[in-house]
Design a protein around this ligand. Structure first.
Ligand SMILES: *Cc1c(COP(=O)(O)O)cnc(C)c1O
Length: 449
């Protein structure tokens, strides 16, 4: 089977996510036959380094022998069972372990099957908690500028990426948007910390003004990924945690992208030494194997729903594949690897290598900023460095980087003008070096008129 035959079959019947399908008249679709470690291989043997972990999900490489074995073992036992009224061992063990490794006070696990669904669960639970407490006027959510929380209507409503959101605005609930704490917006010479502190004042004012009608603040701790890998100082999280207590508003930490070591610690919240009322996890939860998500919450929230059936306080939300045993087993194998291989520690070396391999690009006339948080490194292309002028989106410069990288054997998929590495943790120093060279070549080809 050749690439072109597969592509033809695909394009005649499929509709791909986040894609203008007409692009594929000129932009080749890449059919993948197999994966191994950081590599993806097409039907003609061409290989690509998966520098973006297949949309931020993969942690320990494709076809990882240890996760494969765990899933295979589970497959012989139980593939799935209804999770209302029934239970199984993988989901219990996974929950016990998640409660142990996540920030304090998160003692209850509610499962769903993708990130957006987890966000919907957290939003509904927060609102419902206040309602069960007799505060049904608390119906609003504060979200951050440039935030992203998924694509279902509720998740989209608390996001702020115009490209995904604007079209559907008439369908979405109204939210309150606080200005970004991200250091890329700081004044020249201003520190990330100072900017985050300064921007927090606006958040605080919104909390004060709306506290009576607010259910929760939702945000992506430390890195706003889909919004352009925008990073901010942990002090913002500490200040926000305190203010949320003060104003009696929940804090929802969406660590769907940043959890499981991406920011250098197991969870990003650890860097501010905070916990949340709701913690959403997905993506790396199964190391990129199977769809699974979970919302961890506190005993206080749980107790507000715990009552006689007739009080109608129960959380009656459900998804068919909630707590799928195969996915839970993949997640357990993932946690085993973290425990056995000293992953967080070893990643420090990889993060340092990413930093050093790209440092020289700092002075490039079309690189506005290089920012890094642990295992996420982003390079922002600009039209004019001094004026911080960005390339108009219509020029699709990032797409040129994508195409250049594919030619050179790497999957880099910029977000607009932001090229980033978010690789599986099994990447080597040599491969990072190679990616840096490809990124540089990509930038050179993208800035040409
Ligand atoms: C990807 C993502 C989601 C949505 O997860 P899906 O599984 O794609 O629905 C939500 N929040 C954040 C921060 C994400 O990066």
């Amino acid at each position: 089977m050749s690439n072109s035959k597969i592509i033809q079959r695909d394009l005649s019947i499929l509709w791909h996510p986040c894609t203008q399908m007409k692009d594929h008249e000129t932009l080749p679709l890449i059919p993948i036959k197999r994966g191994e470690g950081v590599w993806l291989e097409d039907f003609e043997g061409k290989r690509y380094i998966d520098a973006i972990s297949s949309w931020w999900v993969n942690l320990f490489g494709h076809a990882n022998p240890r996760i494969n074995a765990a899933v295979r073992e589970q497959l012989e036992q139980l593939e799935h069972v209804i999770f209302a009224g029934f239970s199984h061992e993988p989901v219990i063990e996974l929950s016990e372990r998640l409660i142990q490794i996540t920030p304090p006070d998160l003692t209850r696990c509610f499962y769903a099957d993708n990130g957006s669904a987890a966000v919907e669960v957290a939003l509904k639970m927060s609102f419902h908690y206040w309602r069960n407490q007799g505060q049904s006027q608390k119906t609003k959510f504060i979200t951050l500028q440039d935030s992203y929380h998924g694509e279902t209507l509720g998740a989209l409503a608390v996001g702020d990426v115009a490209l995904y959101k604007e079209t559907y605005a008439p369908l979405l609930m109204e939210t309150i948007t606080a200005p970004s704490p991200a250091g890329c917006y700081a004044e020249k010479g201003e520190s990330y910390e100072n900017y985050a502190r300064r921007q927090f004042e606006a958040m605080k004012a919104l909390l004060e003004k709306h506290a009576h009608e607010l259910a929760a603040v939702i945000l992506e701790p430390l890195v706003q990924c889909a919004g352009g890998m925008r990073m901010y100082h942990p002090v913002y999280l500490s200040l926000l945690r305190e203010a949320c207590y003060q104003y009696n508003v929940h804090l929802i930490a969406d660590e769907i992208a940043v959890g499981f070591g991406r920011t250098g610690t197991m969870f990003a919240c650890e860097q501010a030494d905070i916990s949340a009322d709701f913690l959403c996890l997905s993506k790396g939860l199964t190391a990129g194997y199977l769809p699974l998500s979970v919302v961890l919450t506190t005993d206080e929230v749980y107790q507000a729903f715990y009552d006689d059936y007739a009080t109608l306080k129960a959380f009656l939300h459900s998804h068919s594949y909630t707590g799928n045993p195969l996915a839970c087993k993949a997640a357990l194998a993932t946690l085993d690897i973290f425990a056995e291989d000293n992953v967080i520690e070893n990643n420090r070396t990889l993060a340092k290598t990413m930093n050093e391999a790209t440092r020289h690009l700092q002075d490039h006339p079309h690189v506005g900023e290089i920012r890094q948080q642990g295992m996420i490194l982003a390079i922002e292309m600009v039209k004019n460095k001094a004026k911080r002028e960005v390339y108009p989106w219509q020029e699709r410069r990032g797409l040129r980087v994508y195409q250049y990288a594919l030619e050179k054997g790497a999957l880099l998929r910029p977000l607009g003008n932001v090229i980033y590495f978010m690789p599986p943790y099994v990447i080597t120093s040599e491969q990072i070096q190679e990616l840096a060279e490809i990124a540089q070549g990509g930038i050179e080809s993208a800035i040409r008129e």
